[in-house]
Design a protein. Structure first.
Length: 142
């Protein structure tokens, strides 16, 4: 399995988080600023945490959390644009980047599910093979 630092989605999520911190550096709505920057930070952080857990189930769980954070961030940015905390053009660029990252996460989640399913099928097939050998051995022994 690759390291999370090798993933384009993680790199883009990091760049998005940096862009959010820069965009909101002078924002005086501190609660809003804190929430937006935390949501952005959560996207990249959960990708990293999932990969470091060394379990496919945990990886899938954290990728879903990361995707959820993308949705949360897009919502906050839309609201920020509507109330005038973010210039419309800049806000829509950030929303679009969060949407692209969310799509990349969807692809990664689907890929991980296929791997998990393949491993399960392989294990099931191997178990069936061993069971068949055991039955064959029992019949031969009689």
């Amino acid at each position: 399995m690759p390291q999370f630092e090798e993933l384009d989605v993680w790199r883009r999520a990091c760049r998005l988080s940096v862009a959010l911190y820069k965009q909101f550096a002078d924002c005086r709505e501190y609660a809003f600023k804190d929430q937006v920057t935390r949501s952005g930070l959560s996207v990249a952080s959960n990708i990293a945490e999932g990969f470091e857990r060394e379990s496919r189930a945990e990886l899938n769980r954290f990728l879903r959390i990361s995707k959820g954070s993308c949705g949360e961030l897009r919502t906050q940015l839309f609201i920020g644009v509507e109330v005038g905390l973010v210039p419309r053009s800049e806000g829509l660029k950030l929303v679009d980047e969060a949407l692209q990252i969310s799509k990349m996460l969807s692809g990664l989640i689907k890929h991980q599910q296929k791997i998990t399913c393949s491993l399960f099928c392989l294990c099931s097939s191997f178990s069936s093979f061993i069971l068949s050998l055991w039955f064959y051995w029992e019949i031969v022994q009689r």
